[in-house]
Write a protein that binds this ligand. Structure first.
Ligand code: BDR
Ligand code: CA
Length: 306
């Protein structure tokens, strides 16, 4: 079977770092391009982190820099979760910049999507600024996008606001554009992210699984997305898990709206399971995950990396 062509839009980010590894070493995915966006930390830092990761992984994948701030709001980063650099805890080698394209993220995505013989799947695991810009500037790309499989949102409570998740709340206007764009969307949000855990007993196995496992183990000592006691949350791997092992999810097809104007709720996703809003379905929402299956898959996947 041919590998599924994807573009990953990311803001590494400790959970991004491991999600990227799983995607890059999978024999079922063909990562055509990685685009970066301001989110967990600044655009310069996430781009530098992406280049450091690719050097460490030994992967020659083109990288394009995207938006340095959300469409309207100022950036409020998540360095409290990922550390000042966005990837604290491991000594990476200095990368050179040969993988960094001169084109920006929107230009590079447009070119690669239009050139591809097979429809591309977009996998955003960060605020949706670049994806919204792409869809607005080059709407013709929709013809050659298979689906958008994103990490973001929540059917319940939030991790950035009371009801809002970080990637959506960081750039709600961009998320609104993406959810209303008419393409098939899969949302893997906090409903599954909070159950996609690495427990202490899993974490101690990581160093013996190889170089990537050793790196993950070190980064996890600094990661504040959960705790060793209650489990570390592998949010971004949830999007990759959907591509590789969708059977671990319970999925509901429904309408998802993004609240833009609520004083206290801006940036929350309204997952309209009961159809109150009377709008046509626009997303498949991952509502639940088999946590045991995820933990086994995660360790197996890390073991398949270098
Ligand atoms: C999302 O926020 C970021 O901090 C993580 O990398 C993930 O993409 C989880 O809410
Ligand atoms: Ca992320």
């Amino acid at each position: 079977m041919s590998k599924r062509p994807i573009i990953i839009d990311t803001d590494p980010g400790i959970d991004d770092a491991v999600a990227l590894a799983i995607a890059l070493f999978s024999d079922k995915l063909d990562v055509k391009l990685i685009t970066t966006v301001a989110g967990n930390v600044s655009l310069d830092k996430v781009t530098y982190n992406t280049l450091r990761l690719l050097k460490f992984y030994g992967k020659e994948i083109p990288v394009a820099k995207g938006a340095d701030s959300p469409l309207i709001l100022p950036l409020k980063d998540a360095s409290n979760v990922h550390g000042k650099s966005g990837m604290e805890g491991f000594d990476f080698e200095e990368p050179d910049e040969h993988l960094l394209l001169k084109e920006n993220a929107v230009e590079a995505m447009h070119r690669i999507i239009m050139e591809s013989d097979e429809p591309i799947t977009l996998v955003p695991i960060a605020p949706l600024t670049n994806i919204a810009l792409l869809l607005k500037v080059y709407p013709e790309v929709k013809k050659n996008i298979r689906e958008i499989v994103l990490m973001g949102g929540s059917a319940g409570r939030g991790n950035k606001g009371v009801m809002s998740e970080f990637n959506i709340a960081t750039d709600p206007e961009a998320a609104h554009i993406v959810f209303e764009c008419g393409l098939p969307i899969v949302m893997a949000g906090l409903d599954v992210g909070w159950k996609a855990l690495v427990l202490q007993e899993d974490s101690v196995k990581l160093p013996s699984l190889g170089e990537v496992g050793r790196m993950a183990y070190c980064l996890f000592q600094k990661y504040r997305g959960g705790s060793m006691k209650t489990g570390l949350k592998m949010y971004d791997s949830c999007a990759i898990a959907y591509l590789l092992r969708p059977e671990m999810y319970d999925i509901a097809e429904t309408y998802v709206g993004v609240e833009l104007s609520g004083d206290m709720t801006a940036g929350c996703t309204l997952v309209d399971l009961k159809g109150y809003l009377g709008r046509p379905n626009n997303a498949k929402v991952c509502m639940d995950i088999d946590g045991k299956m995820f933990r086994e898959w995660f360790l197996e996947s890390i073991a398949e990396c270098i």
